[in-house]
Ligand binder design. Structure first.
Ligand code: 5GP
Length: 142
């Protein structure tokens, strides 16, 4: 069986190229962070590498190291922004695991004692709520 290949027309590649909008939180030479529009919890955000890869299985080690450095930065900011009790860091790899967008990404989800997660890729959030949460994370990053 041939290995699945990277499709540059995926949604996150289009976000990186500015072809579709996103609620940006952070950007550097190697990575980009933005809000998830169907959040599993308050402040759910995503970090993606600027280099093309499908997921953790095919990303090169250097891009992964840069990605995880940004994940830590965003995880700390998201926890602080909402006074969360913890932060879930999650990655789905290939369809059997639940991956739906095939550009490497890491989910960052603030967690609160006693508050369950909503379904993965569930319901679109009100964009005013997404923007207000983004503002809190950007402030915590500053
Ligand atoms: P996956 O299932 O591949 O791990 O996660 C894809 C994530 O991207 C899901 O959490 C989903 O809510 C989110 N998502 C899907 N389409 C869009 C979009 O157009 N913009 C943003 N910001 N997030 C998206």
């Amino acid at each position: 069986m041939t290995a699945p290949t990277y499709d540059p027309e995926n949604i996150f590649a289009k976000i990186l190229r500015g072809e579709i909008p996103s609620e940006k939180l952070y950007e550097d030479e190697h990575s980009y962070a933005f809000m998830d529009i169907m959040p599993m919890g308050r402040g759910h955000c995503l970090v993606i590498p600027k280099t093309p890869s499908r997921n953790i299985l095919d990303i090169d080690a250097e891009s992964l190291a840069h990605l995880m450095t940004t994940v830590q930065k965003l995880a700390r900011a998201a926890k602080k922004a909402f006074g969360a009790d913890g932060v879930l860091i999650q990655s789905y790899n290939e369809p059997a695991s639940g991956q739906t967008v095939f550009h490497t990404h890491v989910h960052i989800i603030p967690r609160f004692e006693g508050v369950p997660l909503k379904p993965h890729s569930g319901k679109p959030e009100d964009m005013d709520v997404v923007k207000a949460n983004a503002e809190k994370i950007r402030a915590a990053l500053a």
